[in-house]
Design a protein. Sequence first.
Length: 91
Amino acid sequence: MKVEAISGDLLKSLQSEALSGAQQTTQVNQTNFTEQLASIDQRIFAVSKGEKIELHELMIDIERAKLSLEYSVALRDKLIDAYKDVTRMQV
């Protein structure tokens, strides 16, 4: 079985596609998180006014937002640690 090398042009195009896809995913996730927080705020305000809101659904959404934020912070911390490790490497 013969394995051929990946051409530089193909590799560059794959990298650019991956980077653009990651940027789009990040923008979508930020929009979804912002919309999720806005929805939670509206429902909390409605509860404070005495309107009937399903509290269990509200609590579940609050926990989802909390977990999403904790995951984002943990991911950021891992990326910072990886960057520090790379900058400490000797060439």
